[in-house]
Ligand binder design. Structure first.
Ligand code: MSP
Length: 571
């Protein structure tokens, strides 16, 4: 890694341990994973954080209901979350638990700091409380929702002595901050919702609880435990050992981690945007700490056209996801989540029929078939060695171009795709890399259909190899043409595979092995990184390009075609 490589830090929400991992958690984590992988591939010094949110009344209640101490439930479920996330290929650099001392000490220090600055004060609360969301609800809001909590249960009446966070004092500063950072919340429509709500006026937020004990005690007044959201949000800093003397020691977190603050992006679901886009920046302003660069709020998965629910039987839990992985491979699942997921404003439907359709179109018939066609032809016509035919003969691209189609200038097609993918990382239009990678594959398919290399091969066979004759000269010309077509296809697919890798890490690594072109430092340890950044790896016919004579084999199909007539996996 170059000493001045730009950093990229990305976080998932930390997940409540009273729940079991399901498609929602797996989705957010997979989105972050693909972004982190693209960042690493681009040569950015990357930090990807996830973890579990372990305090609060919900965890306390679930544990008691099972006859367990809260920490025992937290230990078991945190381990399950960590294992589940690893099993879906998540390449996180740290897994933070809010019960760890490195975290609790920071939270306590931050709380005391805010009491000292006057941003947190002692007061009383009386009103509605949503136990599921761990959130107080105003009277107007409670009325609007028919006095129902987010999960449909009734709201509860609460009366407590609380510490309050003086959010009301931050309206002007937040609005000024939003103006100065027009990209702070994405998608745009969600940002407008937040701005609207901040403009309406802000109320102070209860920041401690006394009605249960499963939380981080306020050091100066330990009958209070810190509000679970204040506790949880601080995970993003405590994993980095931040910030410094102001709120306490780093508790053994490696000092070089500090460079990863502020986070480039907190990826979350839309239901927790208010905490991340309003409360969190205000808390950081009060702590005099830099604010995150972006909060990205995706929408929700529904299942087979309906809200996911255990009673409807359409709930997509970890077991269901594992059944998809067993049948279609982990990369098959990742591809569906990443390309069909609710990344933008609208919810997305997880439908079995759609899964099969996308799997076949993009993977089995797309990259899988295209790579095996090209590998097969190189194996068959050139003894499995990339023919020695330069990639630079520009006039041929033009000659092969069908009428009405822009020239098959693969060097240009590929460099445009790579530039778009890298820009997509900063804009967090994350699926750009995947769309661009698949775009190259489609161009290669089109090129094959148009140039018909298999027909050229037949022609060559017919002409025979008699040297010196007219037929022999023609056969030589056609052989060069065939070689040229296949070299262009193979080199383009190599570049496509780089762009598809963030979604398809195992399958693309398999392809790299078959084609002897792995850009990984170590094939057995992908976290060791790449031999060069994407901008160098992806130069068409460049230093890292496929070399004449190098062995290329067809191997097994990367993706077996899916049969939509089978019953859905796991059902
Ligand atoms: N613990 C809080 C977050 C604290 S972050 C400082 C929390 N945890 S959670 O376990 O409920 O996880 C919520 C997250 O799970 C959502 O923000 C979203 O990322 C993901 N999803 C949960 N259900 C989902 C869907 N149906 N669809 C997509 N993602 C959703 O909130």
């Amino acid at each position: 890694m170059a000493p001045h490589a730009r950093t990229f830090s990305i976080t998932t929400p930390i997940y409540y341990v009273n729940d079991r991992p399901h498609i929602g958690h797996v989705y957010t984590t997979t989105v972050c994973d693909a972004a982190a992988r693209l960042a690493r591939l681009s040569g950015r010094d990357t930090f990807f954080l996830t973890g579990t949110d372990e305090h609060g009344v919900k965890v306390e209640k679930s544990a008691r209901a099972k006859g367990l101490e809260p920490i025992a439930l937290a230990d078991a479920n945190a381990a399950e979350f960590e294992g589940a996330m690893r099993s879906v290929g998540a390449s996180f650099d740290d897994f933070i638990r809010t019960t760890q001392p490195r975290h609790t000490a920071q939270v306590q220090a931050a709380f005391e700091r805010l009491i000292a600055t006057g941003d947190i004060y002692l007061g009383h609360y009386e009103g509605w409380y949503d136990e599921g969301q761990e959130e107080y609800v105003t009277e107007t809001n409670a009325k609007d929702r028919g006095y129902k909590a987010f999960n449909g249960q009734p709201l509860v009446k609460a009366r407590e002595e609380n510490y309050y966070f003086r959010l009301s004092a931050f309206q002007e500063r937040l609005l000024a901050f939003f103006d100065a950072h027009p990209g702070f919340v994405r998608p745009e429509a969600r940002f407008n919702e937040i701005k609207g709500r901040v403009r309406e006026g802000l109320q102070d937020v209860p920041f401690s609880r006394t009605t249960f004990s499963w939380g981080i005690p306020v050091s100066s007044n330990p009958k209070h435990v810190v509000y679970v959201w204040m506790d949880a949000l601080l995970n993003y800093c405590s994993a980095l050992g931040l910030p410094d003397a102001k709120i306490g020691a780093a508790n053994g977190v490696p000092a070089e981690r500090a460079k990863f603050w502020p986070a480039d992006v907190h990826v979350i679901g839309k239901e927790i945007l208010w905490f991340h886009a309003a409360i969190w920046p205000a808390v950081l302003m009060a702590l005099e700490m830099p604010t995150p660069r972006r909060v990205y709020a995706h929408s929700f998965w529904i299942s087979e056209g309906q809200k996911m629910s255990k009673t409807l039987g359409n709930f997509i839990d970890l077991e269901t996801l594992r059944a998809y992985v067993d049948r279609y491979s982990l990369d098959g699942l990742r591809w569906y989540l990443l390309t069909q997921g609710p990344l933008r404003e609208t919810d997305a439907d997880f439908s079995y029929a759609k899964f099969v359709e996308v799997f076949n179109a993009d993977l089995a018939n797309g990259i899988g078939n295209c790579a095996s066609r090209v590998g097969n032809m190189i194996e068959k016509y050139f003894d499995g060695k990339l023919p020695d035919e330069g990639v630079a003969a520009q006039e041929d691209w033009v000659r092969f171009t069908p009428e009405g189609h822009t020239a098959f200038n693969f060097a240009e097609i590929c460099s445009d795709a790579v530039a778009a993918a890298e820009a997509g990382l900063d804009a967090f239009t994350l699926d750009t890399a995947l769309v661009q990678g698949m775009g190259i594959v489609s161009q290669v398919d089109l090129f094959i259909n148009h140039t018909r290399p298999f027909s050229i091969a037949k022609e060559i066979e017919k002409l025979g190899t008699a040297g010196g004759t007219e037929e022999g000269v023609e056969a030589d010309r056609l052989r060069r043409q065939l070689a040229h077509v296949l070299v262009l296809c193979a080199e383009s697919l190599r570049i496509a595979s780089l762009l598809l890798w963030p979604a398809l890490p195992s399958k693309m690594a398999e392809l790299w092995k078959l084609w002897n072109c792995s850009p990984l430092k170590s094939a057995d340890n992908p976290s060791a990184g790449f031999i060069a950044p994407l901008s160098e790896l992806a130069v068409f016919g460049g230093e890292h390009g496929l070399k004449p004579g190098q062995a290329i084999s067809k191997g097994e199909a990367l993706f077996m075609r899916a049969d939509g007539k089978l019953a859905p996996p796991g059902r």
